[in-house]
Design a protein around this ligand. Structure first.
Ligand code: SAM
Length: 267
């Protein structure tokens, strides 16, 4: 079976199918779904995680791009329980999440090629999402969870931690998949937090600030933000302009973003 899966996998769809029963059990245990949950699974593939989710009795929305996988997903899940299972055969980046409901629990062994834009998109819909449990490339997971001062700390860390709590769960070795990927993987839990979100006065300003700050990692804040903040303002805010962008905490980026929003009368 693993060899068959490896042969049929499509690289352009980021297909690395889970074949290790212990990892599948660990993924399902971390999600711990129950009958009233509204679960959205991204990239169900051949249903490695889907079967366990389905058995829990939850409401299930499957989003799968590869149309060759659709007939089996329909036969195994949707046709059996059309009242609680549906399938969307579309690119998840084009799916209108606002139409999917509220208190959504988003799960998946993600296609790694779209993981970062997908996470940003999910967080735009953070108000509708209860939690996110996803398998990611370990390197991306490390960037999401990194603390200030760490070499992995950057735009992804700040933007996700500014709006959500983040909990790395466990590592997964390449041999757990067919075909075997070239990278290590890991499972992470991300919980969008409305109280964090409301502290941010203008999300666009924060997004722009963080992008500019990390535009050249080796340069100083002064250099990267010369068009955004004056030397005098750095002084007023108690931020050392000679610091590198990875020195500032998430909290400081939020304060800085709010300061710019207020000073420039943006919101
Ligand atoms: N969940 C299965 C498993 O764990 O064995 C498959 C995981 S595989 C890493 C990623 C899945 O996402 C594949 O089924 C692939 O066809 C699907 N996929 C790839 N790109 C997608 C996209 N843009 N939108 C929705 N699904 C996508």
């Amino acid at each position: 079976m693993p060899r068959k899966l490896a042969q049929s996998a499509r690289k352009r769809f980021g297909q690395n199918f889970l074949i290790d029963g212990r990892v599948i059990d660990a993924v399902l245990a971390s999600i711990n779904s129950s009958p009233n949950d509204a679960i959205v699974e991204i990239g169900p593939g051949h249903g490695a995680i889907t079967s366990g989710l389905y058995s829990s009795g939850c409401y299930l929305t499957l989003i799968e791009l590869d149309r060759d996988l659709v007939p089996n997903l329909l036969a195994d899940f949707v046709s059996k329980s059309p009242n609680r299972c549906r399938l969307i055969n579309q690119d998840v980046l084009k799916v209108d999440f606002s139409a999917l409901g509220t208190r959504l629990r988003v799960v998946g062994n993600l296609p790694y090629n779209i993981a970062t834009p997908l996470l940003f998109r999910l967080l735009e819909h953070g108000g509708q999402i209860k939690d996110i449990h996803v398998m990611l490339q370990k390197e991306v997971l490390n960037r999401i969870a990194a603390a200030p001062g760490n070499s992995a700390y950057g735009r992804l860390s700040v933007m996700i931690q500014a709006t959500s709590s983040v909990e790395p769960l466990f590592d997964v070795s390449p041999e757990s998949f067919a075909p075997v990927p070239k990278v290590d993987s890991g499972m992470i839990r991300i919980i969008p937090d409305g109280s964090k979100r409301t502290r941010i006065r203008c999300m666009d300003t924060l997004t722009h600030l963080v992008r500019q700050s990390f535009s050249q990692r080796r340069k100083t804040l002064r250099n990267n933000l010369k068009d955004v903040i004056s030397l005098e303002e750095f002084g007023d805010l108690g931020i050392n302009p000679q610091d590198r962008p990875e020195r500032l905490s998430v909290e400081t980026y939020i304060e800085l973003g709010n300061y710019i929003t207020q000073q420039r009368g943006i919101a």
